[in-house]
Design a protein around this ligand. Structure first.
Ligand SMILES: *Cc1c(COP(=O)(O)O)cnc(C)c1O
Length: 433
């Protein structure tokens, strides 16, 4: 590795890992392939910082890929987890924490009338689709190129994120039959969606999307796009599913849907609602959710779903957010400072890059095109991103090791840390552009 830091322990662990774990990692985005480096092995996180096994400290803008809105190892969440663990790790039976979680989520997100906990974002979107198909009696779904909804078969079609960095947009091992029911439109392309609705009249069970995508880098929905989708779905008996696994409780207590003022029929959550533990959830209209087993014929289950330790972590984080409205003001202000600061640097140095940003998340694309969908995102120069990533990493700043990801600011970041990050970024652009 070329960062100049001592990375001997990471390298030794990677050598061992590669022998027994595919690619040495348990999720491809951790492999650093998108930036041509070897993975770092992490040991500890505290507030805005993450520490690798060689003791290097980084300002962390990954935040475990989104969950850590309050920063690493927040004392309130840690205490809740330790207290829950004292009582036992799993019962496979109903617990009070699940009731409190369902009550809290439905009270904060107006479109949620009922909610079911699962163990990951992948399970949440997969199960929401099954519910939509069960409810409508239709097979087809419509997704958008560059939106990532986890790794279930039907959704691994033109998915973003880790698949983009591997430049392999579709996965081997997904049957043609499975992918055949998945229609794909470019994000922000309402005309294309209208065409697909016309061609597959009353065959589409659900339209699923990240209302504000963050898995082809951050892309913003254009004025009226989400409302237009809402109208098309309502007119055709199609369910609108918002995948808020990243945006839920990051862009406010009612997520992207609250921010955009469009109400989906179903929503998927993950990441922040687990506070760092493996959690997902899906929910929405009562009449749809009442079809889920054991009430109805749509089967969905999970041995560890609603796990008491995971619920304790998620509840602690959500309760903290609900009782500290200043969190959103702070992370949005820090996000504005970081991303408008980057824009200023691009302006000053004449670098041809594009910044997309909302609240505490955003992306710096190495392209001068407006990034509004997957095609424009893919004009980004991933080699230059790799150089930028490596430069900042050497300066103790950890961002997503891939161009097509978001940067996340947490409540633990400070103006001084954002300033330090901007100075490193400016050094990079002055030196290399
Ligand atoms: C991360 C993510 C998922 C998948 O969640 P996992 O917990 O990794 O299975 C789904 N949708 C979106 C928008 C995500 O960002």
């Amino acid at each position: 590795m070329v960062t100049g830091q001592n990375l001997a322990r990471s390298q030794a662990l990677y050598a061992r890992a590669k022998e027994r774990i595919p690619g040495g990692v348990n999720s491809p985005v951790r492999a650093f392939r998108g930036v041509g480096l070897d993975p770092l092995f992490m040991e500890r996180g505290e507030g805005p910082f993450i520490y690798d096994v060689d003791g290097n400290r980084y300002i962390d803008f990954v935040g475990s890929w989104g969950p850590l809105l309050l920063g690493h190892n927040h004392p309130v969440i840690r205490a809740a987890v330790l207290a829950a663990a004292e009582q036992g790790l799993s019962f496979g039976a109903a617990t009070e924490a699940e009731v409190r979680m369902a009550e809290l989520m439905t009270s904060l997100v107006p479109s949620l009338e009922m909610v079911r906990m699962v163990n990951s974002g992948t399970e949440a979107t997969m199960s929401a689709l099954r519910a939509a198909r069960g409810f409508t009696g239709r097979d087809k779904i419509l997704k958008f190129a560059g939106c990532y909804h986890g790794h279930s078969d039907a959704l691994l079609v033109k998915a973003g994120s880790g698949l983009l960095s591997e430049s392999r947009p579709d996965s081997a091992g997904v049957s043609a039959a499975c992918a055949a029911d998945t229609l794909v439109a470019p994000f922000n392309d309402a005309i294309r969606v209208e065409e697909l609705f016309a061609r597959h009249h009353r065959e589409i069970a659900a339209v699923i999307l990240e209302p504000i995508p963050a898995n082809m880098g951050v892309v913003l929905p254009e004025e009226g796009f989400l409302a237009h989708l809402r109208d098309l779905c309502s007119a055709s008996g199609t369910l609108l599913i918002f995948d808020e696994v990243i945006t839920g409780f990051r862009l406010g207590l009612s997520g992207a849907q609250g921010r955009c003022g469009v109400k989906p029929d179903l929503s998927a959550f993950g990441k922040i609602i687990g506070g760092g533990m493996p959690v997902g959830a899906y929910g929405g209209k009562r009449e749809v959710m009442e079809l889920i087993s054991p009430l109805g014929p749509v089967y969905q289950a999970g041995t560890l779903s609603g796990n008491p330790v995971a619920m304790a972590a998620g509840l602690a984080q959500l309760e903290f957010l609900a009782s500290h409205p200043e969190v959103y003001n702070t992370v949005d202000r820090l996000g504005d400072m970081l991303f408008t600061g980057l824009k200023d640097i691009l302006h000053r140095t004449g670098a041809s890059c594009t910044v997309n940003h909302i609240g505490s998340m955003g992306s710096l694309f190495f392209t001068n095109e407006t990034v509004r969908d997957l095609e424009s995102a893919k004009t980004a120069d991933t080699g230059r991103y790799a150089a930028y990533f490596t430069y900042l990493l050497r300066g103790g700043i950890y961002q997503a090791p891939a161009q097509f990801e978001a940067l996340f600011v947490s409540f633990a970041h400070t103006e001084a840390l954002i300033q330090q990050t901007l100075e490193s970024a400016e050094d990079f652009f002055r030196t290399f552009c």
